[in-house]
Design a protein around this ligand. Structure first.
Ligand code: UD1
Ligand code: UDP
Length: 373
């Protein structure tokens, strides 16, 4: 079998690495296509190095741009590679523009698409990610849903064939890397932090950064936090904060530590030892429940409702009062803290990568790895 992986952003590298590794363990070196949607060292290469993805077969250098420019350019460049390489299956992960481009380019060449992390829905079509998820799912033959809830979302849209509930590969990534992170990362010493005496924050979603009003709300929340907060800033947010003169305002606060985006080992160590996490990231909502760290999500909806149901995550939006209420409870209400901390991980056992590869091999051997007519 000749599988091709199409990826281009930080979370895709992290979540696909366990699947790539599972293929390698079965003696297959898959084709690796990096669109270059993320291109800064701290957003891409550091993860390829840390996760030992030393060979990238094609670097497409798509870069940044509008939604259509980025998706369209990626599609054209991915198509060229797929036409030349003729893989048996294309694997994409998640909900970025790279995923949509990879899925569309592939299915139109009659190369079946396997969508890892299929079936997530925020039910908010104003998010670019929601459009990407829906379209990628509908272009895919094989849908690796992380949970039963995701499977139900697909059923509701009429997709029932080719769906496999396999867990989320983020559990594989966390289990494979958190001990290494604990051992290797010196991030706590470097930042002068002690375990459970600080919070970690990340924010990069378009709805939180593109709107000046929302970004200001975010800054006011950070300024008001009654605990040391470490914020590794996504380049998108750094640019916006600087252009709106908000960066210096945050930097001047004694309890706020702004850093560049961190590598996976440093970030995992930081997250694992945090008192709690504030984020608008999808992957970090998942990781925090896996690591038993309470999570407050700076959004009004989530495509990871399992984390809320399990009790490890609360949607706080950008309402300062609501955020500070939950922060206060996490800091001062021991019973509340312990309940959130002990929420059970709903994303599986960390063997999703193996499962995905096993399923693909079975389909391939039966001659069923093809685009349905
Ligand atoms: C993308 C995904 C988002 C995902 C996130 C992971 C889409 C629509 N969005 O958002 O779902 O959560 O990746 O981090 O695909 N930039 C740099 N250097 C880089 C990359 C980006 O400076 O290496 C800056 C550029 O100014 C760029 C902006 O960040 O315009 C946004 O990058 P883009 O890839 O379009 O979206 P993300 O916000 O990263
Ligand atoms: N991450 C990281 N360094 C950082 C911030 C995040 O390694 O400075 C990791 C994090 O552990 C998670 C993934 O990046 O696995 C989440 O990516 P991001 O928040 O960019 O995207 P999303 O998951 O929202 O699509």
């Amino acid at each position: 079998m000749k599988p091709a992986f199409v990826f281009g952003t930080r979370p895709e590298i992290i979540k696909l690495a366990p699947v790539i590794r599972a293929f390698e363990e079965r003696g297959i070196d898959p084709l690796l296509i990096h669109t270059g949607q993320h291109y800064d060292y701290e957003m891409s290469k550091i993860f390829l190095e840390e996760l030992e993805l030393h060979r990238i077969d094609y670097h497409l250098e798509v870069g940044s741009g509008t939604q259509a420019y980025q998706t369209g350019t990626a599609m054209i460049k991915i198509e060229e590679v797929l036409m030349k390489e003729k893989p048996d299956v294309s694997l994409v992960q998640g909900d970025t523009n790279t995923v949509l481009a990879g899925a569309l380019a592939s299915v139109k060449l009659k190369i079946p698409v396997a969508h890892v992390e299929a079936g997530l829905r925020s039910f908010d079509r104003t998010m670019p990610e929601e459009i990407n998820r829906i379209l990628a799912d509908h272009a895919s033959e094989i849908l690796f849903a992380p949970t039963e809830e995701a499977k139900k979302n697909l059923e509701r849209e009429g997709i029932s064939e080719g769906v496999y509930v396999v867990g989320n590969t983020i559990v594989d990534a966390v289990l494979q890397n958190s001990e290494i992170a604990e051992r290797k990362s010196k991030i706590l010493d470097e930042l002068g932090l002690r375990p459970k005496e600080y919070a970690v924050l990340t924010a990069h979603r378009a709805e939180n950064t593109d709107s000046e009003e929302n970004l200001k709300k975010l800054v006011e929340i950070i300024e008001s936090l009654p605990i040391t907060v470490i914020y590794p800033v996504h380049p998108r947010t750094e640019k916006r904060l600087k252009s709106l003169d908000l960066w210096d305002r945050l930097e001047q606060k004694a309890h706020v530590i702004l850093t560049k985006p961190l590598g996976y080992l440093d970030f995992l160590k930081l997250q694992k030892n945090a008192k709690f996490v504030l984020t608008d990231s999808g992957g970090i909502q998942e990781e925090s429940i896996i690591l038993n760290v309470p999570c407050l999500t700076l959004r009004y909806n989530t495509e990871r409702p399992e984390t809320i149901k399990a009790g490890g995550n609360v949607l706080v939006g950008l309402e300062k009062g609501r955020v500070l209420y939950y922060v206060d409870r996490l800091l001062n209400d021991k019973e509340f803290y312990e309940k959130m901390e002990s929420a059970k991980n709903p994303f599986g056992d960390g063997r999703s990568g193996e499962r995905i590869v096993e399923i693909l091999f079975n389909l391939y051997n039966k001659g069923e790895l093809k685009v349905r007519s």
